[in-house]
Design a protein around this ligand. Structure first.
Ligand SMILES: N[C@@H](CCC(=O)N[C@@H](CS)C(=O)NCC(=O)O)C(=O)O
Length: 217
């Protein structure tokens, strides 16, 4: 097995893959791709991923793109030696996991990751609209997590790993998670997983003022 992960410092999408690699105790080589220097748009990188995005995982001859696709691949290809099932394939269970991978790719990406990218990288997106989406998904997640421990199943799955990074990083985009108690407790549960690896944080980030959260109904 020869695993190479193309990643970038500060990327929650790359971190979620690196987190699963570490939880599974899989050896891998990390190759940093600078988004600031547009290395993701080089011909060499575009040949690996036409979307020009990290993460990309190379496993021997196989080149895989998209964090959620990679999570599913790793969970299926390299079962956890402890017996923990990160992505059971029974249709009814898989559907629940896929539901939250979709939330990660849409509501969390647009509502939590994009406002952060606007603040940290000056990405040209509508900040106020992103923040509205961010607080909406936090409210939905908080209701969902009230009385349950994990997003998809009764144990931690790739759904939790997929959604964790940008919820944890929300304040870097000016989104305040302090009023979302069930979400905060879930973040702590993820961080208490055996073998959890905290995301290396970018040094010297600007302090982003927290936008007021809407009242909870
Ligand atoms: N759906 C993709 C999104 C990946 C993504 O947005 N990656 C960002 C970094 S977090 C990126 O490479 N952006 C560069 C660009 O889009 O030009 C995934 O989940 O992997």
């Amino acid at each position: 097995m020869q695993l190479t992960l193309y990643t970038s410092p500060g990327s929650g999408n790359a971190y979620k893959v690196e987190l699963l690699l570490r939880l599974l105790k899989l050896p891998y080589q990390a190759r940093a791709v600078s988004l600031v220097r547009n290395e993701n748009l080089s011909a060499e990188f575009l040949a690996r991923n036409r979307f020009g995005q990290i993460p990309v995982l190379v496993d021997g001859d196989l080149v895989l793109t998209d964090s959620h696709a990679i999570l599913m691949y790793l969970a299926g290809q390299y079962p956890d030696a402890s017996g923990h099932e990160w992505a059971p394939l029974e249709p009814a269970l898989l559907a629940r996991i896929m539901r939250w991978l979709s939330v990660s790719a849409n509501e969390i990406q647009n509502g939590l990751a994009i406002p952060r990218a606007v603040k940290l990288l000056n990405w040209p997106y509508d900040y106020a609209q992103g923040v509205r989406m961010g607080y909406r998904i936090l409210g939905i997640m908080d209701d969902h997590l009230a009385g349950r421990e994990w997003l998809a199943l009764s144990h931690a799955t790739v759904a939790d790993l997929a959604c964790y990074p940008y919820v944890m990083l929300a304040s870097e985009g000016g989104i305040d998670t302090s009023g979302y108690r069930a979400v905060r407790a879930w973040l702590e549960r993820v961080e208490a997983l055996p073998g959890f690896w905290p995301m290396p944080r970018l040094p010297g980030l600007p302090a982003v003022p927290l936008m007021p959260a809407p009242p909870r109904g």
